[in-house]
Design a protein around this ligand. Structure first.
Ligand code: HEC
Length: 371
């Protein structure tokens, strides 16, 4: 009886005409709420509900509601729609989850078609979401594009960055560099990515095969004492902080602006002496801030999750990765959880700066005091 009521609510909400006093969005929300209470019902035995579900899916294409419905009803024929969700927000929790769901459906052909299709925006979104999925299944499609010199550079760079996010991908990328199949225009990206990975063997090999470019870091940094004596310009240090390389702002917030992966640095000049600020950049793992310990999960799928522990409850473990993407892992998916002695903050960031820029950055951070 209850089921029938919800079906009627859902169907009515969907079909209310233009006369209705509700907006389209409100009607969809009502239908969504009604349907989300029905997910234990088998759609195959209930054609009316099935048609309501698929009609609502059409209306919420590309949104997180689409993903919710597909998950609730365990639908296996919605991969094109899931990819739309992924393309729309490839670095969001929803987009990445949608991509992971597609990967569990073994939809390799569909993924490859979108990557190779004529729409550059779609191809880039798919590539980015694949990289963010950090799964072994993403390696083959990403590598195929990365080594195809006919594809546009921006797309191939996304693939390179995505590959460097798993051990298997990083290894494949290194292999391509060794074989000489990695085009010249990708070497800078591949080199910065692979020299910053956490797998020591790959990192050591990368230093040989794809040494870091010496443009900015031509001269090694002077010892900290010398560095701190250099005249420094905090205003320029602020610019360095917000620059793509070294990328501090992607993880840290200063006065309300920036990412949420590492601690807020708005008062770091009060918390740490200048020497300690230098050390926390040169050797992030030497003193990991409380609450920012890194964890690694071995998953039954053979993949590895890596990042900060958001929560660990009876039925799930929640991890935030280095891009700030949060994933909920069911306990049943996890083989074990390990706390690492490694900071999520990468080493070698100083290589994206000159010694002067580094000194400026320290002056900027040291000046961030409690007001
Ligand atoms: C991938 C994300 C990421 C990037 C990029 C990053 N950090 Fe961090 N940072 C973290 C995390 C996570 C921590 C906390 C763990 C730790 O202490 O190592 C941290 C810690 C710190 C700390 C110590 C904070 C404290 O309260 O003790 C400082 C200072 C810092 N980072 C500065 C920087 C600067 C400057 C840059 C750019 C050159 C940078 N970080 C780039 C993630 C990042």
């Amino acid at each position: 009886m209850r089921v029938a009521v919800f079906i009627i609510i859902a169907a009515t909400a969907l079909s209310l005409g233009a006369r209705a006093e509700l907006t389209e969005a409100q009607r969809n929300t009502i239908a969504f709420e009604a349907l989300s209470r029905l997910h234990h019902v088998n759609l195959d035995t209930d054609p009316e509900l099935k048609s309501a579900v698929y009609r609502l899916l059409e209306k919420v294409r590309g949104t997180d509601k689409f993903l919710e419905i597909v998950k609730d009803f365990h639908l296996h024929d919605c991969d094109p729609g899931l990819l739309e969700v992924a393309v729309k927000a490839p670095s969001s929790e929803t987009g990445v989850e949608a991509m992971r769901l597609v990967l569990t459906h073994n939809a390799a052909d569909l993924v490859r078609n979108k990557l190779n299709g004529p729409d550059a925006k779609v191809a880039r979104g798919v590539a980015e979401a694949l990289g963010n999925a950090t799964e072994q299944k993403a390696v083959a499609p990403l590598l195929a594009v990365a080594v195809d010199a006919n594809r546009d550079t921006a797309l191939r760079k996304i693939c390179v960055r995505g590959l460097a996010r798993t051990a298997e991908g990083a290894d494949a990328l290194l292999g391509a560099a060794k074989k000489g199949t990695l085009a010249e225009d990708l070497k800078y990206t591949a080199s910065t990515e692979l020299n910053g990975v956490r797998w020591t063997k790959i990192k050591a090999e990368a230093a040989q095969v794809l040494p870091l470019p010496t443009a900015r870091g031509a001269q090694p940094l002077p010892p900290t004492v010398e560095l701190l004596k250099m005249p420094a310009d905090p205003a320029n240090g602020e610019k360095v902080f917000y620059r793509q390389q070294p990328g501090c702002f992607a993880c840290h917030t200063v006065r309300g602006k920036g990412g949420q992966v590492g601690p807020d640095l708005s008062e770091i000049g009060t918390k740490l002496a200048r020497e300690a600020i230098v050390e926390s950049i040169l050797e992030p793992s030497a003193g990991i801030s409380v609450g920012y310990e890194t964890y690694s999960l071995d998953l039954k799928s053979g993949d590895e999750a890596y990042g900060l522990l958001v929560s660990d409850s009876a039925d799930e473990i929640v991890i935030k990765d280095s891009k700030g993407i949060v994933t909920h892992y069911k306990k049943s998916e996890v083989i074990n959880k390990r706390k690492l002695k490694l900071s999520l903050m990468p080493t070698g960031l100083q290589q994206g700066m000159s010694a002067q820029e580094f000194a400026d950055l320290i002056a900027f951070l040291a000046g961030l005091k409690k007001q």
